[in-house]
Design a protein around this ligand. Structure first.
Ligand code: PLP
Length: 425
C-alpha cells in the first residue's frame, strides 16, 4: 500500500486526518456553518502557493515572483464580482472576522456608535459582542428580534437608529432562520446618514444563487465567509461600492493583515468558479428544500422552532420545549452520529454554554446528495434521540442506522481508499 509523504514524516497527524475523514464520511454533519469542499478546492488549498509572500495587490506587490499569484488573485476577484455583481471585492481576508475588522477599520474610528444584532438573537461576535474587538473599540447598540414573531424587529431597529444616530448599521446573522430585509435596513440607515455593512457569511451561497435577496444594491459594504453555504475554503471576502474601495483595500492590507494566504485565494477562486456553474443553483435550492422538510418533520414531532420555521438553510430548535438544554441535546445526538451545535435562542434563560436551543443546517448533507426522503428519516431520528437522551441503546441503534445511510452517500472515498490505515499510518 502506498505511503503518503505525510504518513512517512508525521504519522500522528496523518492518523488524525484519516480519522477526521472517516468521521466526516460516517456521520451526519448538520452544523449550519459547515460544508464539504470539492476535491478541486482541497487540491488548490494544498498547493505550492502556500510558499509565497505576496503583500500588496495584483500588479503592485512588495515581493518579486508574484506573476502567478497575480493570475490567481485576479481570477478570484473577477469571479467574485461576476458571482455577487459587486463593484469591488477584496479576496484577501483570512476569515469572516478579519473581513469585518477590515470594514470597521476602513469606515469607523474607535468610539463610533454601531448598531449590531445581538449574539443571543442570532448575530455574530464581530457585530459588537463585548468580548470581541468590535465591542471593545466601538460604542455598540444591540438590536434583536421581536419577542412574539422572533423575526428582526425592524421598527425597533429604526427607533434605535434615530435615537443613537450610529455611524454604521451591521446586519446579517449566524443563527437567524428567516429572510433578512436588507433593503429596509438600508433605508433606515440612509435616513440617519449611517453606513450599512451586510455580513452574508451564512447565506452567501443562497445570495449567489438568487435564492435570498442580495444586499449588494443596498449596502456600502458586504462581507462573507467562503466556507459555509458557499462551499469554499475556510476564509473570507469583503466587497464594497467603488467609493470605499481604496479605504477597504488599505484596511485589509496593511491595516489588518500581512501576507495573503495565496493557496487559500486559489481555493476561493475555484469555489467561485464552481458557484458560477448551473448546478450550484440547483444545489442551493435543494439546501433550502431540505431545511424546510427537516423543519416540518421536527415540528410534526412536537418541537417548537424559533420563528416557527425557516426560509433558508438553517433551523433553530427550542429544545427547552421538551424539557432539555442545548448542551444535553447536542451530546445525545453526537452519540447517535448526528452532529449539531447547541445555540442560544432569543431571550434565552440559559447561558451560552448550556443554552436552550440547537442549530441545524442542511448545506453539508445536501452536498452529499441527500434529499427530502433522507431529511424525513433524519428528523425522525433526531426526535427519537431527544425523546430519551439517556437511552444509550437507542443512541447506538440510531448510530448504526446513520452509518448505513452515510454508506449510501459516500464522501471523500478516494482519500479513504488511498491509504490503508493499518499499513500506511
Ligand atoms: N460573520 C458571521 C455572520 C458568521 O456566522 C461568522 C462565522 O461563524 C463570521 C462572521 C466569522 O467567520 P470566521 O469564523 O471565518 O472568522
Amino acid at each position: 500500500m502506498h505511503k503518503s509523504a505525510l504518513s512517512e514524516v508525521d504519522p500522528q497527524i496523518a492518523e488524525a486526518i484519516y480519522n477526521e475523514t472517516q468521521r466526516l464520511a460516517s456521520g451526519l454533519e448538520l452544523i449550519a456553518s459547515e460544508n464539504y469542499v470539492s476535491e478541486a478546492v482541497l487540491e488548490a488549498m494544498g498547493s505550492v502557493f502556500t510558499n509565497k509572500y505576496a503583500e500588496g495587490y495584483p500588479g503592485r506587490r512588495y515581493y518579486g515572483g508574484c506573476e502567478f499569484v497575480d493570475v490567481v488573485e485576479r481570477l478570484a476577484q473577477d469571479r467574485a464580482k461576476q458571482l455577487f455583481h459587486c463593484d469591488h471585492v477584496n479576496v484577501q481576508p483570512h476569515s469572516g472576522a478579519q473581513a469585518n475588522m477590515s470594514v470597521y477599520l476602513a469606515a469607523l474610528k474607535p468610539g463610533d456608535t454601531i448598531l449590531g444584532m445581538d449574539l443571543s438573537h442570532g448575530g455574530h461576535l464581530t457585530h459588537g459582542h463585548p468580548l470581541n474587538f468590535s465591542g471593545k473599540y466601538f460604542n455598540v447598540v444591540p438590536y434583536g428580534v421581536d419577542k412574539e414573531t422572533e423575526r428582526i424587529d425592524y421598527k425597533e431597529l429604526e427607533r434605535l437608529a434615530h435615537e443613537h444616530r450610529p455611524k454604521m448599521i451591521i446586519c446579517g446573522a449566524s443563527a437567524y432562520p428567516r429572510t433578512i430585509d436588507f433593503e429596509r435596513i438600508a433605508a433606515i440607515a440612509r435616513a440617519v446618514d449611517a453606513l450599512v455593512l451586510a455580513d452574508i457569511a451564512h447565506i452567501a451561497g443562497l445570495v449567489a444563487a438568487g435564492l435570498h435577496p442580495s444586499p449588494i444594491p443596498h449596502a456600502d459594504f458586504v462581507t462573507s465567509t467562503t466556507h459555509k453555504t458557499l462551499r469554499g475554503p475556510r476564509s473570507g471576502i469583503a466587497m464594497c461600492t467603488e467609493k470605499h474601495s481604496k479605504e477597504l483595500d488599505r484596511a485589509v492590507f496593511p491595516g489588518v493583515q500581512g501576507g495573503p494566504l495565496v493557496h487559500i485565494i486559489a481555493a476561493k477562486a475555484v469555489c467561485f468558479h464552481e458557484a458560477l456553474q448551473p448546478g450550484f443553483k440547483a444545489y442551493q435550492a435543494q439546501v433550502v428544500k431540505n431545511a424546510s422538510i427537516l423543519a416540518e418533520t421536527l415540528r410534526n414531532a412536537g418541537f417548537r422552532l424559533v420563528s416557527g420555521g425557516t426560509d433558508n438553510h438553517l433551523i433553530l430548535v427550542d429544545v427547552s420545549s421538551k424539557g432539555l438544554t442545548g448542551k444535553i441535546a447536542e451530546k445525545a445526538l453526537e452519540k447517535a452520529g448526528i452532529t449539531v451545535n447547541k445555540n442560544t435562542i432569543p431571550f434565552d434563560k440559559n447561558p451560552p454554554l448550556i443554552s436552550s436551543g440547537i442549530r441545524i443546517g442542511t448545506p453539508a448533507l445536501t452536498t452529499r446528495g441527500m434529499r427530502e426522503e433522507e431529511m424525513q428519516k433524519i428528523g425522525t431520528w433526531i426526535a427519537e434521540v431527544l425523546s430519551a437522551v439517556d437511552d444509550t441503546g437507542l443512541q447506538e441503534r440510531i448510530r448504526l442506522e446513520v452509518e448505513r445511510l452515510c454508506h449510501n452517500f459516500p464522501l471523500y472515498q478516494s482519500r479513504l481508499q488511498r491509504y490503508d490505515k493499518a499499513s500506511s499510518i
